[in-house]
Design a protein around this ligand. Sequence first.
Ligand code: TMP
Length: 240
Amino acid sequence: MRKIIELYRGKTKTLYSTDNPNLLVLEFRDDVSALDGQRIDQFYRKGLINNKLNYFIMSQLQEAGIPTQIEALYSHNAILVKNLEMVPLEFVLRNRAAGSLVKRLGIEEGVRLCPPLFDLFLKNDSKRDPMINSSYCETFGWVSKHHLSHMREITFQSNEILKKLFSAIGFILVDFKLEFGIFNNQVMLGDEFSPDSARLWDAKTLNKMDKDLYRQNRQTQVGLIEAYEEVANRLGVKLD
Ligand code: TMP
């Protein structure tokens, strides 16, 4: 399968068309971004690490019955995926308080959230990904009521699978973000799952092992790659 043209360049990934209109190549670059793209840096090997981590985690979800876009590994820093019609929403699930929840409500970081909290955001960098709810989706036609409810259900199911996966290797899955699309009228998990889009804390030390290392630090050398490699090592994901 050949990459043909660049269809879309996001903040950290690039999508290419292929000879098959149903399949795309999703490439993970070495870029990292924060503040809705206002801050961007490069970390050597990050594209490779996130590609392999994403492929492993999406495969685990797929094996557990969650429909995903993944087809096959394409190269060290790219995968072959189904060409989904993406929904412009971010589905966030929180097991512990962190990030925007702490800022918005003043809840202490790390507080357990039982049952987990579900948030919906509109994907729109220029408006800084505003928080919305199901009523907005219906009124503005971003996704049907039926598909939205299925996407929400898959988000909660994924949380159960991923919480177990990470807890078995000594991590707390604090929160994560998923994105969905439609393929042949079926809801599928798209985009990525990586330490860029999830918060992972070491269960013993509570050290952060995710993009917060970069978000919360102005310097470039923040141990981000070392943390991502540690996540890969504990999951048994080979990086060479
Ligand atoms: P938040 O605390 O900033 O709302 O983020 C919650 C989780 O969702 C966190 O793991 C980071 C992830 N996330 C993204 O990956 N991209 C985004 O645009 C947003 C808003 C959150």
